[in-house]
Design a protein around this ligand. Structure first.
Ligand code: TXE
Length: 499
């Protein structure tokens, strides 16, 4: 088991198999968003640390054994990491809750998911994806093989720190890549813990490196360099644009998961109570800080008043509180700065003429005043042109639009620059299938919302990003494809015949 010291105390940059302090000596306080207290102080990398981390990953890839390690051995490492994560489940869940604010129940779900993801990629790597190609010439053996893409930079955000970094590290290790992981500077603790377990599992030096710092400080060293072969980024769209621009200069591969503005469409034939429950959970789980949060309700006019009234009753009943308190159903926003951004969106909604049904304020419980809490908020009578409808607020804000025809519902569901996820609730299977195929989103949930599984691809259309995580495509992101043509009976070809 990891000790608290190992989780939180410097040195906690990990470069070339050694735990080191930041070269510049800087540190950063990590704050519990539930009460504003400092829970840890970690090393804060600067550019020189990031350059050293990339160099270590480069050397481990170019001259180390890892890319050439038999797949069976890499699989054993993945399984060992999964076992270590499982053994430290309580510890990891607690640290994730302290760092992000999410409820302990959610943190346990994240840790269990991460264990499954490491096991899934061990299993998938074992299956292999190489294939023989029939060229029609019996003398030729033609193979298409998968090889590790190289040095990967893995940048993760603060809402699912352990989960999102693991969705990258597990397939990258399975593929034989080396990597530099950069968690969000706001929530680095569970990633430090994960890398400690990777170290403990015996993964060779230089294969996994870890730097924590603000993106502004180390971003260009990690992403504007010819020494990196793939950048896998999850975070905000604006940062995604910067990273894609840097990658373009070097023709570096990029995988981007940039969030979403996800519609949840409800028809009158849907089961009413389960629809209310799913819309509520989809919008307010983790206080809306979920890239696939269903924060855009599109509901049939005939039932909208009744539906919104029922939702408002349930939203007012949500217990907002510290994630470690078992009574809490949702925690705080990740920081005071993020809450200010959410509050600015609420002000925009009011100014734009949306009708505030509930929320729109901080909780008045004196016990919550030091934390960055915000009440579940519903805006009715929203218009598609409003910024709160089109932009990712990443907070507990649900907007409501009404429709009358199926065509209108589909048009609203696709009326977004993003395209990560969508939900549809109807009792009509034919309509469900029409919407499943008509919605331009990476995941469509029919009569359910928010579920994912390691074996199914995750990612978005449009400005939600490029590429897919999880599933076989999530491994393929970390692989190059090579065609090997072997002629077993070489002979003069005779193409040029004049000399
Ligand atoms: O994300 P950033 P922020 C959305 C959400 C949120 C907005 C901004 O709408 O309000 O993004 O959040 C690193 N080079 N999502 O500002 O800045 C940064 O250090 C390299 C959606 O927190 O994109 C962190 O590790 N890296 C999302 C990571 O990028 C850079 C989840 C994400 O931070 C960098 C979270 C740079 N130039 C927020 N600049 C989702 N898709 O799930 C920053 N970073």
């Amino acid at each position: 088991m990891l000790t608290d010291d190992e989780l939180c105390c410097p040195p906690n940059l990990y470069i070339d198999g050694k735990w080191v302090n930041a070269l510049g000596g800087a540190t950063r306080d990590i704050v519990n968003p539930a009460d504003g207290t400092v829970i840890a102080t970690v090393d804060e990398a600067d550019r020189a640390d990031a350059v050293a981390a990339v160099a270590a990953a480069r050397a481990a890839f170019d001259t180390g054994d890892w890319p050439r390690t038999p797949v069976a051995e890499r699989i054993a490492y993945l399984l060992r990491i999964a076992d270590l994560l499982e053994a430290d489940r309580d510890h990891l869940a607690r640290i994730e809750t302290l760092d992000t604010g999410k409820t302990l129940r959610e943190s346990y779900i994240d840790v269990d998911d991460v264990v499954s993801v490491f096991r899934y990629y061990a299993h998938l790597a074992a299956a292999g994806a190489d294939r023989l190609v029939d060229t029609g010439d019996p003398a030729v053996i033609s193979r298409v093989v998968r090889e590790p893409v190289g040095v990967c930079v893995l940048v993760a955000p603060w809402n699912y720190p352990l989960l999102q970094m693991s969705w990258k590290i597990a397939p990258a290790l399975a593929a034989g890549c080396t990597m530099v992981a950069k968690p969000s500077e706001v929530t680095p603790l569970s990633t430090i813990a994960l890398v400690r377990l990777i170290d403990r599992a015996g993964v060779p030096p230089g294969v996994v490196n870890l730097v924590q710092s603000s993106g502004a400080t180390v971003g260009s060293a990690l992403t504007d360099t010819p020494d990196v072969d793939l950048i896998s980024f999850t975070g905000g769209a604006a940062t995604g644009e910067v990273i894609a621009g840097n990658a373009a200069k070097h023709i570096t591969r990029v995988a981007l998961e940039l969030g979403g503005k996800n519609p949840h469409i409800v028809f009158p034939d849907a089961d009413f109570d389960s629809a209310v429950d799913a819309v509520l959970t989809g919008a307010f789980l983790h206080s809306g800080q979920v890239c696939s949060a269903g924060t855009r309700l599109i509901v049939h006019e005939s039932m909208a008043d009744e539906f919104v009234a029922a939702l408002a009753v349930r939203a007012r009943g949500i217990t907002v509180g510290p994630g470690l308190d078992p009574a809490s159903e949702t925690g705080p926003l990740v920081s005071q700065a993020h809450r200010a951004k959410v509050e600015a969106y609420v002000a925009l909604g009011i100014a734009g003429g949306a009708r505030l049904v509930t929320g729109g304020a901080r909780p008045d419980d004196p016990a919550l005043q030091a934390g960055s809490f915000y009440l579940p908020t519903i805006f009715d009578h929203c218009q598609r042109s409003m910024r709160i409808v089109q932009e990712e607020t990443f907070g507990p804000i649900l907007t409501v639009e009404r429709f009358t025809t199926d065509a209108e519902a589909l048009a609203l569901g696709n009326d977004t620059a993003y395209g990560l996820a969508a939900g549809v609730r109807t009792a009509d299977p034919a309509r469900a299938e029409r919407f499943a195929r008509g919605l331009r989103h990476g995941t469509v949930w029919l009569n359910d919302f928010g579920y994912y599984t390691p074996a199914a691809e995750w990612g978005g259309f449009g400005r939600s990003g490029i590429g897919r995580e999880l599933g076989p495509s999530g491994l393929a992101e970390y692989q190059e494809t090579k065609h090997i043509w072997l002629n077993t009976a070489p002979a003069v070809g005779g193409w040029f015949t004049h000399n």
